[in-house]
Ligand binder design. Sequence first.
Ligand SMILES: [Zn+2]
Length: 265
Amino acid sequence: MGIGGQLMWTPLAKELYEKHNKKVVFYNSGGIIKDNIWINNPYISFIKTNDTISINLQKYNRHFRKEMSLEQHGVLTRCLFYNITPKSLYPILKYTDKEEEKIKRLLRFLPKKFLCIEPHSKTSYTQNKSFSFRKWQNVVNELIKHNITIVQVSIPSRTLLDNVIDFRRRLSSFRECACLLKHCSLFISTEGGLMHASVANQNRSFILYSPMFHPKYTLYDIVEHLWVHTDEHQACIKVKPCRNCINQMKNYDEKKIIKKILEIY
Ligand SMILES: [Zn+2]
């Protein structure tokens, strides 16, 4: 499972903690899940004791595809599966002091107001969410005409956009990247893990949704979005490459994205 998926379990942990006053240990067939994204989470433990609640995520496995097909938020679907109605859908992500301090030092290189962009989407899970790098470049080129400072936060091996501040090598983990997002004025990307992290920060973000599923599945109320889709082809919930989804993403007019961002920035 991806980082976004792991963040989508955190509201359940918070609810269970508040109900029983015990931290949650998530486990599956491989034992206790010790995901880095849960480090420092006040509601999740990596050690099972008499004072923890164990939640078997294995039980949920066969529901993963189903949750994508529902026009209901995945966080809600997951909580309801374990008989919990969550008060909030926002994921919980707590940074360590070390992470916070590093980001504070890095902020010296940036103006007070800046926009963060991740133009690359993770393709190991699905290619159907990717948006053209060339079109993201067009978006950037237009935004800088409006004196917007743009910081690219990809991992170092991914291609760098022109006209952006390169933060790829300054950030050494997903967590540090998410921590930087806390300080930006707007985060823009395609749907994925960083969007969930950005919502945990209660950041403003603009997210481009692929046709592959209905935005309701992962959309939070503080996220601005555009959904690429047609009446004929939407929410196919295909994880394997879908020619129709890929083509729709490829042909989407980036001017709509530019207009939307300029409205909200
Ligand atoms: Zn499709």
